[in-house]
Design a protein around this ligand. Structure first.
Ligand code: HPA
Length: 266
């Protein structure tokens, strides 16, 4: 297996001179963040050689390049997941692309189920740490014995909390995210087990990207939109439609915070 190279991806002409310092990966629901960016170029993933493209209808993905608050950024709308059959290395491709472009700080967002009953649907949770329950790693095939003691940057978390406070928002919840492979949601017994193990939330993305970012030296911060109680916690069955709807509603509250924070991340 080859190590990440400086030229793993071939960029189209509209991106060859881009020098972004910050990258965002938008989970579903946060697409309207793009309206706040001065966009210079928007490129479908299919035009970036080397980037995996999801076959799921509506998930093909677009990379936007532009500026926010005077800082050059790239914003990835859409990601591929291991439950689609991609490897963890493929699921972390966007991060290697960001690194190739010179990005130094990364903000990841996702939708997640609640494991800690003190949290409520519609809330955002800053990841303080994660549990990788899949046994998969984007670093498989290399002897990358990287340190993960501070996988999510304290410094960036503090910027988000301080900015939330300046905007008059309540403090963001912080907690431990568990990566499950999916695509099926968990069983009630699995949610109980995850709680016993110290998890606060559960989802099917983000961890491969965070591990890859750590390996490449990018500072990372991640936010989960808590869309639903984990299986067995509310007596209601889980539905993808509900996850999407709650995600959309909660997204609007986060846009202002992200707009203010992103320029401070470098
Ligand atoms: N489990 C796993 N992934 C999820 C969930 C969940 O309950 N909600 C949103 N993504």
């Amino acid at each position: 297996m080859s190590a990440p190279s400086q030229t793993e991806f071939s960029l189209p002409a509209s991106l060859t001179t881009a020098k972004p310092k910050v990258a965002l990966v938008l989970g579903s629901g946060l697409g309207s963040f793009i309206d706040r960016v001065e966009v210079a170029a928007s490129v479908p993933y299919s035009e970036i050689d080397g980037l995996p493209v999801s076959a799921v209808p509506g998930h093909a993905g677009t990379l936007h390049h532009g500026e926010i608050g005077g800082v050059e950024i790239v914003v990835a709308q859409g990601r591929v997941h291991c439950y689609e059959g991609w490897t963890a290395r493929e699921a972390a491709s966007l991060v290697r692309l960001f690194h190739q472009m010179g990005v130094e700080a990364l903000l990841l967002t996702n939708a997640a189920g609640i494991v800690n009953a003190e949290f409520a649907p519609g809330q955002w949770m800053l990841l303080s740490d994660h549990i990788n329950f899949t046994g998969l790693s984007p670093l498989t095939g290399s002897a990358s014995f990287i340190d993960q003691s501070e996988i999510y940057s304290q410094e960036l978390r503090q910027i988000l909390q301080a900015t939330a406070s300046e905007l008059g928002l309540p403090p963001l919840a912080e907690g431990v995210y568990t990566w499950m492979n999916g695509p099926e949601y968990e069983t009630p017994a699995e949610i109980c087990m995850l709680r016993t193990l110290g998890a606060d939330a559960v989802g099917m993305s983000t961890v491969p990207e965070a591990i890859q970012a750590r390996a490449l030296g990018l500072k990372t911060v991640a936010l989960s939109c808590l869309t639903n109680y984990g299986a067995g916690m509310s007596g209601e069955p889980l539905s993808h439609a509900e996850v999407m709807e709650v995600g959309q509603q909660a997204a609007s509250q986060l846009l202002e915070l992200l707009e203010q924070c992103v320029p401070q991340m470098v």
